[in-house]
Design a protein around this ligand. Sequence first.
Ligand SMILES: Nc1ncnc2c1ncn2[C@@H]1O[C@H](COP(=O)(O)OP(=O)(O)OP(=O)(O)O)[C@@H](O)[C@H]1O
Ligand SMILES: [Mg+2]
Length: 286
Amino acid sequence: MSTRDTTPLLDVRDIALSIGGLHILRGITFDVREGEFFTVIGPNGAGKTSLLNVISRIYRPTGGSVMFDGTPLLEAKRSSLATLGIARTFQNLALFEHMDVMDNVVLGRQRLMKSGVLSGSVWFGRARREETIARQACEPLIDLMGLGDYLARPIRDLPYGIKKRIELARALAVEPRLLLLDEPAAGMNDEETDELAEWILVAKRELGLTIVMIEHDMGLVTRLGDRSLVLDFGTTITIESPRAAISDPRVIAAYLGDDSEEADDPTLTGNIALKIPKRVAKGARR
Ligand SMILES: Nc1ncnc2c1ncn2[C@@H]1O[C@H](COP(=O)(O)OP(=O)(O)OP(=O)(O)O)[C@@H](O)[C@H]1O
Ligand SMILES: [Mg+2]
């Protein structure tokens, strides 16, 4: 057996994060195997995005370690993540609305390039060659993500579901091994969510990705995810299969709040657990 078969691709140990004296995360430990679809769930304000921010080197944790394929990530520069093979999307749509689809996707490759794309010097020398290569390299990806029909259209004219798919394509443009998704289905209707799920699965299969996805849509989590890390108040409640997680009384209690009468009613919570709308989650903690 090779090391890769036994060593997790991502190994997160005992992460603690405090910001301005507030404990945001405590004792977070989990690993993600190569090829796994790992999900992170929990009520609003549980610390899910903060955890992703630690892994993607936006937040510096107060303790713990993160290993990615044998590399200590907390010692790596944020700018080196793309080269290491890590890409992410953000909770809020982050596209350049005035630019077209190709430019937005090519921008994702910028971190792999030395000269930077779409800069003032873009048409000269190495930068020009690099941009041409980057555009060519993105063409199969545009096809894979079914974006060929939208290529020359400004982003602002496109439906929300397509925009989210472009954002996905832009993350994929760095050719990651590990893809971090922060609520990819946020703001989508059921149809858009189903469609996005298919594209995520296509990307995972065709590009051999390992995925860590934060998501509130429990239908999506149970359909796609292999295991779920459930966070509440910055600590781990459990790590188990998504199906087990949504019927786990500790998880249901976290979503509903311990003092909720509904938490004592298993028939009611059984239903709510599947949907877990954001407003039921502890939104007041925001
Ligand atoms: N930069 C920061 N400064 C101060 N507090 C922060 C910062 N980042 C996160 N927090 C706090 O940490 C807690 C966790 O926030 P985080 O965004 O990680 O939650 P989340 O689980 O992603 O929630 P949601 O489901 O609403 O996206 C919240 O109380 C939040 O206010
Ligand atoms: Mg979040």
